[in-house]
Write a protein that binds this ligand. Structure first.
Ligand code: SAM
Length: 310
């Protein structure tokens, strides 16, 4: 069978099996290309037509094993291949950490245009999982030092594998920490993609997401925003005077909006899709802490959130 026919038939088979594609691609044809190209080593930069050829029997047998695991056990392609791409870079990927998919990739590739005046010296990737955000940042800014921090020792072991993959041992380190608890010093840029899904939302997610670590999904509290709220409250103590926090809050953006209401966040737009990512200056984060400290127990911490289109 030819590559092009295999891919088309696979997309149809995925459709019949109600496969959900939410891990890096948004349609069943691309999901099929991802699996076949990734498994057989075809070049993602070249089209199916350009590389079309007859598949060998052992290649088809190898693909069939992966397809069965995808269809019957609903294992995401990135975990089957044990690799994923983020911001154009390849990463080791396994169930110790979430599959990379943050819209922050676009910000990194644009070198934070309009947000940073110069390359950051010290960067923190907080809630780093397998380390894709901080490592992609280190690759974009060859002079910066990056800390990858996570509470999960398993995720940090994967992150170390990715540091080695990109030969970044001299500039990128891992730190086990419950948010900022075991971190020291201040950063020019903090990139944070904490868990932000509520228990109710987790129960409604397609089966693919059950293969991902719950620690990477559940954001705490009924609305899923508890970890993000705690992170916001502590960030000021870890940002340099001109520092910037970029926080992905995804599903819990509205919950944060309801929780806070006085300092304006900048909610970012993405050409490649994605929402719920905001930029907060060090000054804003200091203001946030002052407001919180001044407030009496009856008055919630106030911080204004402006979501585009809301
Ligand atoms: C949404 S995942 C993000 C992973 C990675 N940054 C990415 O974009 O693919 C959230 C990560 O936060 C970590 N995490 C959960 N609670 C944490 C906490 N209290 N302190 C630090 N990390 C935490 C989880 O282990 C998980 O790796």
């Amino acid at each position: 069978m030819f590559l092009s026919d295999f891919i088309e038939q696979l997309a149809t088979r995925f459709g019949g099996a109600s496969i959900h594609c939410g891990h890096g691609v948004d349609n069943l044809y691309d999901e099929s290309v991802y699996l076949v190209f990734g498994a057989l080593g075809f070049d993602f930069q070249r089209s199916v037509t350009e590389q079309n050829r007859e598949l060998l029997p052992d290649e088809i047998a190898r693909l069939e094993r992966l397809v069965l695991a995808r269809v019957e056990r609903r294992i995401p392609v990135a975990y089957l291949l044990e690799k994923a791409w983020f911001a154009g870079y390849e990463f080791h990927c396994d169930p110790r950490a979430l599959i990379p998919r943050s819209p922050m990739a676009e910000l990194i590739n644009n070198r934070f245009e309009g947000l940073l005046n110069s390359g950051p010296g010290r960067v923190l990737d907080l809630c780093c999982g397998g380390g894709c955000i901080g490592i992609a940042c280190a690759l974009q800014f060859p002079a910066c030092q990056v800390d990858l921090a996570d509470i999960s020792t398993e995720a940090l072991a994967l992150a170390r594998k990715n540091i080695a993959l990109h030969k970044l041992e001299s500039r990128v380190e891992t730190r086990q920490s419950d948010l900022f608890a075991d971190l020291e010093g201040r950063y020019d840029l903090i990139l944070a993609n904490p868990p932000y899904v509520s228990q109710t939302e987790i129960e409604q997610l397609p089966p693919e997401y059950r293969h991902e670590p719950r620690l990477g999904l559940h954001g705490g509290g009924t609305c899923g925003a508890d970890i993000a709220i705690r992170l916001l409250g502590e960030a000021a103590g870890y940002l340099n005077p001109n520092g910037l926090l970029i926080l992905e809050t995804g599903y819990s953006a509205e919950a944060l909006q309801a929780r806070f209401s006085a300092t304006p966040f900048l909610w970012l737009d993405f050409e490649n899709g994605g929402r719920g990512v905001c930029a907060i200056s060090a000054e804003q984060s200091r203001q946030l802490i002052r407001t919180g400290q001044d407030a009496d127990e009856e008055t919630p911490l106030q911080l204004e959130v402006n979501l585009p289109g809301h």
